[in-house]
Design a protein around this ligand. Structure first.
Ligand code: NAD
Ligand code: ZN
Length: 349
């Protein structure tokens, strides 16, 4: 059937809205009529650069991985979903067989198939097929947009788990983009008693404050020690945890200097592949530096947090576009025009 349309990336600065075949679900899959797809920084980066690190666009690829929709057809073996179910789509499907998958760290699976990471097609289309066990049924009161935002929220959940954020934790979140904001929300939901959010952009800090950051701090100096001293003054000392969500080298350095002895720094932001950091300072103060790669077993938690009202991700969404206007949506996400934070595309419009 030729009633499907997808946003296909052909090369740098070359997204085309194209008719594509409606995919057929395999025995363990569901066919989904797509509803909401959020644009992520990585979608924009593939569009503007054609690659992220070793992942290089070598053939046309459908974009989009923060998504939700309605099941319209289920494969023969699917017992957990029926046509009409509204679902959020966890975009990374691992092999389910390797030691990482079997020990519960499937985000590290070497055979991960992740939507819109070349060469795997994403979900920014009218119809899309996905394995049923990576689709999560949304309660009636959770919107499709919230379903799409389970993706970035899962990054925040995983970052807080890796950081051991718990009751009374004092947390620094560096960078108030969509990822910094979901880390802030997840940290508060996990019981953090103080969350300080930094950015260089006052508008983003204002959003962080309106979404519940206890304190905000605008970074104006490139001297990380000086910035850390200013943050310590604001927060009444170094913090237990720093979650670095900007990818900027200066900010990573600040994150280490701002973390108390024996605390944890989690690297969420991915900037330059190699950076200068105060490694001896971290070592002798037993500050643990941990990376994260996306998330693992976080969708059910993120959904429970939204469904219970513990976390409100709706203020992240600043712009809405129809599927046919996807290119305009990408322009808005790229330039941040009009204070754009999360740009949402509606595939049924
Ligand atoms: P974004 O670009 O919208 O946000 C980054 C924010 O950092 C911006 O608001 C920017 O003004 C701010 N910033 C820049 N320099 C700063 C500094 N010196 N100090 C404080 N703030 C500074 O990006 P995003 O979508 O929020 O994503 C954030 C990062 O997380 C990106 O690097 C992205 O690649 C990464 N990411 C990583 C994972 C993972 O699995 N590790 C998953 C998703 C995103
Ligand atoms: Zn695996």
């Amino acid at each position: 059937m030729a009633d499907n349309v997808a946003a296909v990336l052909h090369g740098i600065n070359d997204i085309r809205m194209e008719p594509v075949a409606r995919p057929t679900p395999g025995p363990n899959d569901v066919l989904i009529a797509m509803k909401a797809v959020g644009i992520c920084g990585s979608d924009v980066h593939y569009w503007t650069h054609g690659r992220i690190g070793d992942f290089v666009l070598t053939c046309p690829m459908v974009l989009g991985h923060e998504s939700s929709g309605t099941v319209v057809e289920v494969g023969a073996n699917v017992k957990t979903l029926v046509a009409g179910d509204r679902v959020a789509i966890e975009p990374g499907v691992p092999c389910r067989l390797c030691s990482y998958c079997k020990t519960g760290r499937y985000n590290l699976c070497p055979d991960m198939q992740f939507c819109a990471t070349p060469p795997v097609n994403g979900s920014l289309a009218r119809f899309y097929v996905h394995p049923a066990d990576f689709c999560f049924k949304l309660p009636d009161h959770v919107s499709f947009e919230e379903g799409a935002l389970l993706e970035p929220l899962s990054v925040g959940v995983h970052a807080c788990r890796r950081a051991n954020v718990t009751l009374g934790s004092r947390v620094l979140v560096c960078g108030a983009g969509p990822i910094g904001l979901v880390c802030m929300l997840a940290a508060k939901a996990a019981g953090a008693s103080e969350v300080v959010v930094t950015d260089i952009d006052q508008h983003r800090l204002d959003v962080a404050k309106s979404m519940g950051a206890h304190k905000i701090f605008r970074v104006t100096s490139r001297d990380a020690k000086e910035v850390a001293a200013q943050i310590a003054e604001l927060a009444g000392g170094r913090l237990d945890v720093a979650i670095e969500c900007s990818g900027a080298e200066a900010s990573l350095r600040t994150a280490i200097f701002s973390t108390r002895n024996g605390g944890v720094v989690v690297l969420v932001g991915l900037g330059a592949p190699e950076v200068n950091m105060p490694i001896v300072d971290a070592a002798v103060r037993e500050v643990d530096i941990r990376g994260i790669f996306r998330y693992v077993n976080a969708y059910p938690t993120a959904l429970a947090m939204i469904a219970s009202g513990t976390v409100n991700v709706k203020p992240l969404i600043t712009h809405h576009f129809k599927l046919n206007d996807a290119i305009q949506a990408f322009e808005t996400a790229k330039t941040g025009a009009g204070g754009a934070i999360k740009v949402m595309i509606h595939c049924d419009q």
